[in-house]
Design a protein around this ligand. Sequence first.
Ligand SMILES: [Zn+2]
Length: 113
Amino acid sequence: MTIVSVPARVPAGVDRLDVLVDGQPVGDLHLRLCTACERAVIEHIRIDRHYRGRGLARRLVEAATEGRRSWLWSTTEIADNASAAGFAAAGIWPGPPQPQWCAHMRAADDLMP
Ligand SMILES: [Zn+2]
């Protein structure tokens, strides 16, 4: 298992973490990081159906939060499907499902091409 980081193109834009198994992408996590505010919002997480139950979502969240555990974390209202419920039940989310975007994150959307 490998996790590959695809940084945002603008500050406080959307970073992506891809999780690969045998070189194939099987899931990803989208998050916004603001170093100025030390704030982070997880906006999306997805694991291919056939790869669920292996702790990959937890590994993605761990990779996202590593070195930033003291930051203010929140998540969007993650899709109400079985896997999202499973992630929530497993206590994987680092923050409440109520995104707390900062002004920089909102500004980043205006900078996106
Ligand atoms: Zn900010």
